[in-house]
Design a protein around this ligand. Structure first.
Ligand code: CP3
Length: 367
């Protein structure tokens, strides 16, 4: 299948944007920039809109989700919007009882821990994604030439919540299940890949110009477990959009040991957290991918000269990749001063080659 004729990639509205070009491997004069979790609690206008509405209800209100998505694009002048939603929304739409506890994360009424629990999960084909399609369509109509990124959680990260019943450290129960009952694990990840893949496809068909798969908790896995028991299901999730030929991005936290494998499931760009410098990340993926990242979120609260130098250093190291999309190494911390984010966007858009080269001039000098 191809994209609908009025899709912004098909009409050409976003096809030559900085973001889409960079994801496709074309390096332009200006590095595109957006921030994971750019919509959300760092913005006073978001906090105001959210008063009295629960997180997942806000995601399922197309007008509200669209407005929240647009807020950071207007305020910061970033090169992309990312649709305001959550990785657990497809599960909720399929009929799984889940809520987001503020300050904690997704919490499930019934953890999924046995083959019988997996067999009792609802049929993903029955999920009605129309609030998502409508929210995306409204957003894309307002965004003009600015691309919207659609996203979904990868099967492992979602399973890490489902098996535990909520957030956990090291995702022990999920990692136990993958070995103690490989068949139940296979059934569970196959189910999640289906539901999360459908969620992603809905966003792309409704107008998203790129698709990012978040495997946030991949850092808890060995390489062997990642390649044998996780990556195939991430690839299966992406199969849901592969025929649509939109740029694909794959991101994880603590993913330094598996960057090449994350690229290997077949994506255009790899998102890198703050732990591995981009020139080293480029070596690890074998210089075949666009890299996205990797400003340390902790630096957002540092004095401006410190942050400025760090951002320029990220741009300098990002120059080793075929193309670079500047982002954070993980989401915007809620306490971030939004003016700092706007200033980072201005810096990235105006940075000159001399400025970027200059920051590396004293490399190798030990304090
Ligand atoms: O990036 C964006 O601006 C788009 C919005 C977005 C949200 N969640 C909104 C949200 C995206 C891309 C996500 C994905 C998501 N959700 C991930 C993967 C990305 C990552 O951060 O690693 C994960 C692991 C989740 C699960 C989840 N949802 C967590 C851990 C939390 C935080 C709980 C808290 O209160 O600290 C949520 C809730 C959530 N999702 C919020 C937002 C803006 C905060 C809820 C609020 O504002 O009340």
């Amino acid at each position: 299948m191809t994209l609908p004729a009025d899709h912004p990639l098909a009409t050409g509205r976003t096809a030559s944007s900085r973001l889409v070009s960079a994801y496709r491997g074309v390096r332009g004069d200006v590095t595109p920039v957006w921030f994971m979790r750019q919509a959300g609690r760092s913005l006073p206008e978001y906090r105001e809109l959210r008063v009295g509405t629960r997180m997942l209800d806000a995601c399922l209100d197309p007008a509200l989700a669209s407005e929240i998505t647009l807020q950071p694009v207007r305020r910061h002048g970033v090169d992309a919007g990312i649709f305001f939603s959550d990785i657990v929304i497809p599960l909720k739409l399929a009929g799984v009882a889940v809520e987001i506890e503020p300050g904690r994360g997704p919490v499930f009424a019934a953890p999924v821990r046995t083959a019988a629990d997996v067999a009792a999960l609802p049929d993903p084909a029955d999920a009605d994604f129309s609030p998502i399609a409508e929210g995306v369509a409204r957003t894309v109509a307002e965004l003009g030439d600015t691309p919207l990124i659609g996203f979904a959680g990868a099967p492992f990260t979602i399973a890490a919540y489902l098996v535990e019943g909520g957030p956990s450290k090291d995702h022990i129960r999920a990692r136990t299940l993958m070995h103690s009952d490989p068949e139940a694990w296979h059934a569970l990840l196959t189910w999640v890949a289906e539901v999360t893949g459908r969620f992603l496809r809905t966003q792309v068909l409704a107008g998203a110009s790129a698709a990012q798969l978040f495997d946030s908790w991949v850092g808890s896995l060995s390489r062997a477990d990642y390649s044998g028991r996780v990556a195939p299901y991430s690839a299966a999730a992406l199969e849901h959009v592969r025929d649509l030929d939109v740029p694909l991005v794959h991101f994880g936290v603590g993913s330094g040991d598996v960057l090449d494998l994350m690229h290997g499931i077949g994506v255009d760009a790899v998102g890198v957290d703050w732990r591995v410098p981009l020139d080293e990340a480029d070596r690890r993926v074998g210089a075949r991918a666009t890299l996205q990242g990797n400003v340390d979120p902790a630096m957002l609260a540092a004095p401006w000269p410190v942050l400025e130098r760090h951002v320029l250093d990220v741009l300098r190291r990002g120059a080793s990749a075929r193309a670079h999309v500047l982002n954070l190494g993980h989401g915007v911390p809620p306490e971030t001063d939004p003016d700092v984010l706007t200033r980072v966007v201005e810096l990235v858009h105006s940075a000159t080659a001399e400025q970027i080269a200059g920051v590396g001039a004293d490399e190798g000098v030990q304090p």
